[in-house]
Design a protein around this ligand. Sequence first.
Ligand code: FMN
Length: 306
Amino acid sequence: MKQVLAIYYSQTGQGKQALDAVLKPFSNNTDFKITYLNIKPKNPFPYPWSYMQFFDAFPETVNGIPCELEPFQIDTTMSYDLVFIAYQPWFLSVCVPINSFLQSNEAKILLKNKPVITVINCRNMWLGAQEKMKQQLINLQANLVGNITFVDHASNLTSLVTVLAYVLKGTKEKFLGIFPKYGITQVDIDKAPEYGKIILDNFTTSQLQLIQPQLIEKGAVSIRGNLLLMEGRGRALFPLYAKFILKKGEQGSKQRRMRVRIFGIVLPTAILLLSPIITILSRLIPVLAKRRFKQEIAYYAQNNLR
Ligand SMILES: Cc1cc2nc3c(=O)[nH]c(=O)nc-3n(C[C@H](O)[C@H](O)[C@H](O)COP(=O)(O)O)c2cc1C
């Protein structure tokens, strides 16, 4: 029997739902045993978040500063054949709980030389987080063989409103009667077992190198060209502002509240104001720099780090 390890963190269960849907062909197959590892911070992150708590998590998330975790509820000395990691991007980085796990001694043992599939659930910006994930997996000598993304399909400005309602107010249905429900759709969940089947078939025949190309072909990787530019700006600027806040103190400290508050106003405002400009630029770039643009999309769809 082949052993599958499914590591996950999810505040509202969306990420776990996506992971379960991908794993369906494995759970229906008696040749596989799935062991779940739910990553739990010692001090759980709140849901819904208060405005301050949400933006105060920014510096540690961007700088990859780990939090303390509850002891892992599995046998960490066991050897697994295939590992799934389901996570969310937070501020264009790997969310703190999963990033903390990746920095643990247990991760070094569990992931070394193992094929890994990442399952991302997010609003629409996951490229930067996955670049950090790729680096962490290289550090752990793990072998990233597949990546599946679940995104919100609304326009960038619409999902900016609905994700904030989702995380800050806990709104799980239509917001204000006009904004669509935030998050993964049932259609995407229903399609996910097809991705799982690709993984299972290629794992069984030891053709791991075929997993990602086939996942891409099936539509498992969602990259919005028009957000490449916006995410790129964020990834360049976030570390600078994170450092600026960290200079004033640790998470929760009073001294840094003012800088956090400013960030909480500047970030949504910048997205709102820059969105139209970036949208126009993003329409021009694929025309003016067609080859480069295609190369960028192709790069982020695969699992190597440049
Ligand atoms: C602190 C925080 C930061 C987030 N930053 C991003 C982000 O950079 N990109 C993105 O697409 N989604 C972002 N999201 C949305 C999450 O990726 C995800 O969709 C949402 O938290 C629901 O996931 P869960 O309930 O499975 O934890 C963020 C959410 C939180 C709580």
